[in-house]
Design a protein around this ligand. Structure first.
Ligand SMILES: Nc1ncnc2c1ncn2[C@@H]1O[C@H](COP(=O)(O)OP(=O)(O)OP(=O)(O)O)[C@@H](O)[C@H]1O
Ligand SMILES: C=C(C)CCOP(=O)(O)O
Length: 247
């Protein structure tokens, strides 16, 4: 079992609202076909700009969720055309705040040979409604499914010391514990790369390997899904209390 997130930076252009990058998912779907996995897609330019503009007002919630449904439909259709049959699970139906409260909807889909597909969303909570990132959803899926690994597919091919492309930015091949970096691919209301590192740390502390890869790096995805080590990704390790790496 694997948990794979198609990041919003990978499947949308986060600098332009409502811009789906068709073809990104179909280029890697063959690697996923036949492997048990729970899938997540990021919200990208189908929700971050909406939340930024309208907040969690009734209008904002309605418009954001409508746009997310459109993105989910694109993802499900693209996966199906490539032979990966996903069943959308709307997080607002199975989460209360950060907590997954109806995990059986997800395990049911897996038992029936389908790929549950969740996404960053606006979900009910004690305070009314709250935004939950697909990165946080990955943490909850690890608790539920105890996967072999979690793979964050992004536009960038790993975690960099500064936004990729900026002078002096260097790719971190192995991330041991935390690192002080910030950044995003465009409009983002859930914390960008910082949130992704924090979610990864929470996952790695549960003993599950975490990989940050480019969605264009099919070979690395294949290596991970076949139990090997990817050549092109950032691997996150959490230091063991003994001082030695845990992985
Ligand atoms: N230090 C950094 N290391 C790696 N990527 C960075 C860094 N700073 C900025 N980025 C950008 O952030 C993107 C990933 O973060 P982002 O928050 O957009 O994640 P995502 O999961 O792809 O999107 P979403 O949150 O919409 O699902 C990368 O693809 C890259 O363009
Ligand atoms: C902006 C909303 C509603 C969800 C964000 O989810 P993410 O793109 O996975 O961080």
């Amino acid at each position: 079992m694997y948990v794979i997130k198609f990041g919003g930076s990978a499947i949308t252009d986060k600098t332009k609202p409502l811009t789906y990058r068709r073809g990104r998912i179909s280029a890697v779907a063959a690697e996923i076909m036949g492997k048990p996995a729970a899938l997540i897609h990021g919200a990208g330019s189908f929700a971050h700009p909406h939340v930024k503009a309208f907040g969690l007002s009734p209008l904002g919630i309605s418009l954001t969720k409508a746009a997310l449904r459109r993105l989910t439909a694109y993802v499900v259709e693209e996966l199906a055309q490539a032979g990966v049959f996903a069943v959308p699970v709307e997080p607002s139906d199975v989460f209360w705040g950060r907590a997954l409260v109806r995990g059986e909807v997800i395990t049911h889909a897996i038992k029936h040979g389908m790929y549950p597909l969740l996404h960053g969303d606006i979900v009910p909570s004690d305070d009314g409604y709250t935004v939950i990132s697909g990165d946080d959803i990955a943490v909850e899926l690890v608790k539920l499914l105890k996967p072999k690994a979690v793979i964050f597919l992004m536009d960038a091919d790993g975690i960099y010391t500064a936004p990729p492309g900026t002078p002096g930015a260097r790719k971190i091949e192995r991330l041991i514990g935390d690192v002080d970096v910030e950044g995003t691919a465009g409009v983002d209301v859930t914390g960008g790369i910082r949130k992704k590192i924090e979610a990864g740390l929470a996952i790695a502390r549960m003993g599950t390997p975490v990989y940050y890869c480019s969605i264009r790096d099919r070979e690395s995805l294949r290596a991970i899904l076949n139990g090997g080590e990817p050549a092109g990704c950032t691997v996150l390790e959490v230091p063991h209390p003994s001082g030695l790496p845990a992985l």
